[in-house]
Design a protein around this ligand. Structure first.
Ligand code: H76
Length: 482
């Protein structure tokens, strides 16, 4: 049964991983009932090549949303709009031509790629996702495909090139954000309602392809493409293009990773195809939210990456952060840990000012995260879902050696941290990150209390557990005998 299905998949797709694993068990059809898709998943299950392993092990990234919207910073003609600053053109109903005259003011004199790379290095991020072009259509690189680029501003110079170079030098992977939806292009269509619409949209898709090819040629060290603005009916009716682009990028940049948001299948189904298989290399639907640590454990079996804003919903620079709740350092950290504890990555957003510098709140946050990561990063990088039931004190992660970390966000009054383990697993030892041992008491079958240290820490802190799973095998053996 599986064999017939695999043969069909091989015909339809260029690549096929050896690991066949269900992605979203609930939605999967039995193999023989699967629809034949031309533009469905190119692969079943996770990718295990070195580039994908690197993507996964990175775990912590930064997002940079930078464009013309940084100039008005959420304010248009004296009115401050509380919506996302990078959408100001839409909130204030500014016509495209008028919006794009902001280019005359684009001159980020304080921009210093080396300083940016150093800040991110100190923060402990392993990759940075940069908006090469957001919905407004303004390109941060001197594209030959349009006049709306940095080349035609007072600044004149490329911004992507120096950033790629500086980040590469620090050993930080560069990921490109690319919005397919483009408010600057006359051929963009939200929907296809006539033949003319489709003709125009095909021209637009060709233009987008040229831009993507250009990015690959100019900056071949790019590691990932993160697509956005792919939700319109026009895109859903042209799923073939998303499939074509993923394959093209993979040919141009060996090992490149692509997010699920790019893709739509033959029926316009997005992220996961009509058979329930994930398209692209990792799920990118967790935007400003995270899977539930108890109910959504299915994500631990796939690759996924979440992204988050520091205020409620501001990606680009907004001059007034007082209009919405701003997450504190610990909340940002908790979202990073929460993602890794469920086998995902977390990307923290930055919205640089129009002058090329970062606002003080973001610099301070980067510093805080960096200090914490320096001390405790081993519970994040290369770590994964630990397979233990979530407890109210915080989160577990597990490293490649099978050692388990407890990341404590809520200190219990009891001074005891409950750890429940699967049958056969034993907790042998518990240590703080400074090496100091803490007491572990076995309280009942498969349950332990780990004692909170006398002197606890200002912020979230970490305990490393040595566990012994040997007994599990013995148990299974015994069970097999009886
Ligand atoms: C909606 C939307 C867009 N997706 C986020 C990642 C931001 O780029 C936001 O503008």
């Amino acid at each position: 049964m599986k064999k017939i299905f695999l043969t069909a998949m091989t015909l339809a797709c260029t690549t096929l991983a050896t690991n066949v694993q269900a992605q979203t068990d609930k939605t999967l059809l039995p193999a023989q009932q699967e629809l034949q898709l031309k533009y469905g998943a190119d692969r079943l299950g996770k990718r295990y090549d070195p580039a994908m392993q690197k993507f996964r092990e990175n775990r912590l990234g930064a997002f940079v949303h930078w464009g013309l919207y940084a100039i008005p910073g959420g304010e248009w003609k004296g009115k401050v709009y509380p919506g996302a600053a990078e959408w100001l053109k839409a909130w204030a109903k500014v016509p495209a031509d008028e919006w794009l005259t902001l280019m005359d003011q684009w001159n980020p004199k304080e921009f210093n790629a080396t300083e940016w790379a150093k800040m991110f290095k100190k923060m402990g991020v392993k990759y940075v996702k940069i908006t090469t072009k957001h919905h407004e259509g303004f390109c941060l690189w001197p594209s030959k495909t349009t006049k709306y680029t940095v080349a035609n501003t007072p600044y004149k110079k490329d911004l992507i090139g120096p950033l790629v170079k500086a980040l590469d030098k620090e050993g930080i992977d560069v990921h490109f954000y690319f919005s397919v939806m483009d408010w600057s292009h006359p051929d963009y269509r939200y929907d296809i309602k006539s033949e003319d619409d489709q003709k125009a949209f095909l021209r637009f898709l060709d233009f987008s392809e040229q831009q993507l090819r250009e990015l690959c040629t100019l900056y071949p060290s790019v590691k990932d493409f993160w697509f956005d603005g792919t939700w319109d009916a026009s895109m859903k009716k042209n799923g073939w293009w998303t499939c074509k682009m993923e394959r093209m990028l993979k040919e141009l940049i060996p090992g490149v990773t692509v997010n699920s948001r790019l893709r739509a299948d033959d029926y316009g189904k997005r992220h996961f195809d009509s058979n329930g298989h994930m398209m692209g290399d990792y799920e990118s639907a967790y935007e400003r939210r995270l899977p539930d640590p108890i109910k959504d454990l299915h994500v631990t079996r796939q690759d996924w990456e979440a992204c988050m804003t520091v205020p409620e919903n501001q990606w680009g620079y907004h001059k007034d952060w007082s209009i919405s709740y701003v997450k504190n350092n610990v909340e940002v950290l908790e979202r990073i840990v929460h993602a890794v504890a469920m086998g995902g990555n977390q990307v923290v957003n930055f919205g640089p000012q129009a002058d090329g510098d970062f606002r003080s709140e973001e610099k301070q946050l980067a510093k805080y995260i960096g200090t914490w990561m320096k001390e405790n990063g081993e519970c994040i990088y290369g770590c994964d879902y630990a397979g233990l039931d979530k407890q109210s004190w915080g989160y577990y992660t597990k490293n490649a050696k099978g050692e388990i970390y407890m990341i404590v966000f809520n200190q219990p009054f009891s001074k005891m941290l409950t750890v429940r383990v699967p049958k056969g697993m034993k907790v042998m030892k518990a240590n703080l990150m400074n090496g100091k041992e803490v007491k572990v008491v076995e309280t009942t079958r498969n349950e332990y209390n780990v004692c909170v240290p006398e002197k606890t820490f200002d912020g979230p802190w970490v305990i490393k557990l040595q566990v012994n799973e040997n007994e599990k095998k013995v148990d299974l053996y015994r069970e097999a005998l009886t």
